[in-house]
Design a protein around this ligand. Structure first.
Ligand SMILES: NC(=O)c1ccc[n+]([C@@H]2O[C@H](COP(=O)([O-])OP(=O)(O)OC[C@H]3O[C@@H](n4cnc5c(N)ncnc54)[C@H](OP(=O)(O)O)[C@@H]3O)[C@@H](O)[C@H]2O)c1
Length: 273
């Protein structure tokens, strides 16, 4: 029914996008990963996915312009030159910044700069190139939807109202990514292309499974703030639940309804949890 290109399908939310979307008859999924052999092996050992002929895995480190250019050319050959959905999912969850405020991070200036550069490279620069290189394929597609998988941590109001002082560099990079997505919307809305930034909610994919007790105690502080924002919040969701929610947000959104460039939660609003 539709052709999807999704970055970062090796694990976590990306793998779940791949699993659910390729499970629907008629869909074609092109998954972009930086280690193709490992992902191809993982799929070949996955009882559910291994027989699916509608999955195509391409190799690209999204921080390499040349890799992305090659992936766009290879995608055009697979799909006949058009795609319907482009999902910018590949991302980096920093292990440097989740537990300390910006003043403490600033005590390690070189590490701070190195981490911020990596995050900007993956979340901002890479997606500018990704959107530009795949735009000819999107413009030839039927659905014309480009989705950035963002984070509610990039919401200015949430940060200001609940004093969210952790995950600073990650939040900065996702906020910039939202602006990139909105700027593309500003340029391509007239061509019928919907650009959206969507937060998938808090989803357990094992990012904090190696955290020390001290780090977890610091993390507890942010959870208290989350509970003030969302008293109903019971903890991280599963990828199985998050993906249908994210997909329903992009299905319900349209240029005609005025959604171009919006930054929405998995619930389709600003309720991040
Ligand atoms: N989980 C959450 O609670 C949550 C909340 C808000 C937003 N998000 C966002 O959701 C997206 C998916 O994250 P996740 O939680 O599923 O984390 P994850 O399990 O760490 O997955 C990240 C994916 O991005 C890929 N990736 C990273 N750098 C890459 C690069 N340079 N080139 C190509 N692929 C690269 C990883 O590939 P490798 O296997 O090669 O590392 C992996 O497939 C991210 O954008 C993240 O910021 C997640």
């Amino acid at each position: 029914m539709a052709v999807y290109v999704i970055t970062g399908v090796s694990k976590g939310l990306g793998y779940e996008f791949l699993r659910q979307i390729s499970g629907e008859p008629g869909n074609t999924v092109v998954g972009i990963v930086r280690d193709k052999a490992t992902t191809v092996k993982k799929i070949s050992e996955d009882a559910e996915l291994k027989a699916r002929t509608n999955i195509h895995i391409l190799k690209a480190d999204v921080t390499s312009y040349d890799d992305l250019k090659q992936a766009a050319a290879d995608t055009a050959k697979i799909t006949g030159g058009s795609i319907d959905y482009l999902v910018a999912n590949a991302g980096r969850v920093s292990q440097f910044d989740p537990y300390d405020p910006i003043s403490v991070l600033g005590e390690k200036p070189q590490e701070l700069e190195a981490e911020l550069n990596k995050l900007i490279s993956i979340h901002v620069t890479a997606n500018i190139h990704l959107y530009n290189l795949f735009m000819p394929l999107i413009l030839k597609g039927k659905t014309k939807k480009v989705i950035a998988i963002s984070s509610g941590l990039a919401d200015l109001d949430l940060t200001a109202n609940y004093d969210l002082d952790l995950s600073v560099l990650y939040s900065v990079s996702k906020a910039a990514m939202n602006m990139v997505t909105a700027k593309f919307s500003a340029e391509y809305k007239k061509d019928g292309v919907l650009f959206l930034s969507i937060c998938p909610g808090m989803v357990d994919v094992g990012h904090y499974s190696n955290s020390t007790p001290e780090q977890l105690a610091k993390f507890g502080g942010i959870m208290e703030k989350f509970l003030k924002f969302a008293p109903h919040f019971k903890g991280a969701d599963t990828p199985e639940n998050s993906i249908p929610a994210v997909r329903s947000v992009w299905e319900n959104a349209s240029v005609e309804k005025g959604d171009g460039g919006a930054f929405l939660s998995h619930l389709g609003n600003k309720q991040w949890l």
